[in-house]
Design a protein. Structure first.
Length: 265
């Protein structure tokens, strides 16, 4: 079975910059504490490294306050990397900065040219398909351009709808294994995961839907005990990481890294 969608040899992260306090947010729930964010980010890196993966930690970029959320800048597949075209104007330059980093791992780094836009946070890769949720940051034109690129590598793209008021598709879901999705009830109710096994996050614990399966771990934001128990009961090993500061910028576990196994050169 091709389980590339959660088995990785590499990850790329970027330290939160001092300007992260000016990052975008849908609702103002307070200004992130930069020092605490750095502590959480260090714990996050340690969780990824504990699985044996090689983690590249990039320097902070003050010119891009949201650049700690590297996932939105690219999609990394075994065949190549795709440089995204973020839907927030202030983040458009992040992909151009990330592309040469990915070129160190991939022979193919293909850009989304536009005019559409697409964020990595709206893309969930499973073993059978690539799910993309249209949102305020991703439109159908961006999805169609992605479909054209990955279709050459044999992938099927299914466009879905991110729930109203939810920033990214993966704000409300994450992949646990080749057939299991962790999802909020509001997203699963759309029927988008009817062909998968779904574990629902507990009521009131919706933010922990944005977790990641990374090799033998499910890396989950701290503070959601009911969902943590449900995931453990299903047989997964959970590693909790503080996320209070990233959450103030609508960020979660998937946002903080690009996870991949580059081709052997």
């Amino acid at each position: 079975m091709n389980n590339f969608s959660y088995t990785f040899t590499h990850a790329v992260t970027r330290k939160p910059c001092a300007a992260v306090t000016q990052g975008l947010r849908a609702t103002d729930t307070g200004t992130p504490n930069h020092e605490r964010f750095l502590e959480h980010h260090t714990d996050y890196i340690a969780a990824l490294e504990s699985t044996g993966a090689q983690v590249t930690v990039l320097d902070p970029l003050d010119e891009f306050p949201d650049s700690v959320f590297v996932e939105d800048a690219a999609l990394c597949l075994p065949e190549g990397a795709i440089s995204m075209r973020p839907g927030a104007p202030s983040r458009l330059g992040e992909s151009a900065v990330m592309a040469p980093v990915l070129a160190g791992f991939y022979d193919k780094v293909v850009p989304i040219q536009g005019p559409g836009f697409i964020d990595g946070g709206d893309i969930l890769v499973t073993d059978r398909e690539i799910l993309v949720g249209a949102s305020s940051r991703t439109n159908s034109a961006g999805v169609e351009e992605l479909r054209e690129i990955v279709g050459q590598w044999g992938y099927t793209v299914r466009e879905l709808q991110t729930p109203e008021g939810v920033l990214h598709f993966k704000t409300d879901c994450s992949l646990l294994d080749e057939n299991t999705i962790l999802s909020t009830k509001r997203l699963a109710a759309s029927g988008c995961f009817d062909s998968y096994t779904v574990i629902h996050v507990a009521d009131g614990e919706e933010p922990c839907a944005n977790s990641i399966r990374f090799n033998d771990l499910v890396v989950m934001p701290d503070g959601f005990p009911k969902t943590e128990m449900a995931v453990q009961k299903a047989g997964y090993t959970v590693r909790k990481v503080g996320n209070s500061e990233a959450a103030k910028l609508d960020g979660g576990m998937s946002c903080l890294s690009l996870r991949f196994s580059p081709p052997t050169r």
